[in-house]
Design a binder for this molecule. Sequence first.
Ligand code: GLN
Length: 536
Amino acid sequence: MPSTKYIFVTGGVTSSLGKGIISASLATLLQSRGYSVTIQKLDPYINVDPGTLNPYEHGECFVTNDGAETDLDLGHYERFLNRPTSQANNVTTGRIYKSVIEKERRGDYLGKTVQVIPHITDEIKNRIQILGNTGEFEIVITEIGGTVGDIEALPYIESVRQLRWELGEDCIVIHLTLVPFLAATGELKTKPTQHSVKALQESGVQPDILVCRSEQPIGEEIKRKLALFCNVKKEAVIESIDAETIYAVPILMRNQHLDEVVLRRLGLPIEDNLDLVNWRDFLYKLRYPTTEVEIGLIGKYVELHDSYKSIAESFIHAGAANECKVNINWIHSENITAETAHKYLKNLDGILVAPGFGERGFDGKIETIRHARENNIPFLGVCLGMQAAVIEFARNVLKWKDANSTEMNPKTKHPVIDIMEDQKKITDKGGTMRLGACDCELKEGSKAYETYRRKNISERHRHRFEFNNKYLKEFEDKGMLATGINPDMGLVEIVELEDHPWFVGVQFHPEYKSTVANPHPLFVKFVEAAVKKASK
Ligand code: GLN
């Protein structure tokens, strides 16, 4: 088998230029030409994984099938490529150092002084090549987090330098930069890009391709100038103009022939087989919706939309599937009380209560759910949102006023959500969270079954607390049914209401599995129910 090709994506000038989207867009084009591609992200921070990070720091924590807590860019990779990622697709500096220090303690370095070069860089290079060495992928794209010139990024750039030397023609570097527009003089400026390429060159890395983010078309003259100053071919200066949706970026990159420039540099054949029919069809549905709905997303991190990235993207996929524009109303749960609920929620065609941890804003979630339940508004509760739905039902229908999760009140007399160690210890090994893919069996005749149209599903989890089965009978007698059960542990994974147009709570995170090619059925059905409500 021919050797794996490596593409590195670095960033210059500023952060947040969208390296993840450019990587995912390029991968989409290469995959649409029949290449098997994967993308990985190297994050220069010292946390071992983003699992412990507050969402305000880096946005959502994305969870893979194998239970890795990862950077939200992995969500983009999966949504674009419709292929699962794993722990191997995300490495942080913390993880690199942890494994080097463990090796040092074990004596693996035979008494040598352990140093950034070669020990840390060797570890980085090994990690970079893990996916390539599986033989599963022809092309591995590696996104280097942070910005060239950051102290933290240095060992990564040095590793790229070494790998370029070792891999030769099998490796290229794409540098993503910003070409700002100065309104005062009405000009696009190339200097920041020149400087960031210089910084890369000082580290011994010459980029092969420049992708230039810009608010305006950069034109032939600027391309020529950048090519001249930065030692790249003019055809390899690609403009990446602000797009109306991230899903248009593969098409914009295609229009600039980024895929062909990359394949030529890697010495790979360019056949006439690019198939973007389904992708363009999806974009068409996004652009020309036939209806519109208002969905409330109720959570406690709503100021930062990245905290709920996968949920927002799932609505885009589900909207396209329903040919419907989904307007997300970001509502802070701390604002909702029995008095304000009507004011905040009255115009909504559907309500989603978000995942989360801890007590802040929890009462607002309960009031939101009461409003959705009593007013027949389609409802989807995700993880903590599902747990809140169970607690709301216990308090207001079963009349157990103090019902709660032991996460919020360890002393409650009605712990309807609790830690179920007995059940969980059967499969969990050590960790206190249930993380990653778990099987679930659906009850025939339920809304869940009607949604998935099959009995056995697998979904991803990230939580500690569970529905307390001790109370199951009382819930079901009053109309809250458990319609999805974990076959190994007997844990309740889905609840729904009998007498409601569409009220579903799921203990797992469906949003992690929604992709452009496979919009998640729960989001599709939820939006469908919202469309029905809106048309009334
Ligand atoms: N805090 C809840 C638990 O740990 C829910 C977690 C979540 O919503 N991801 O069970």
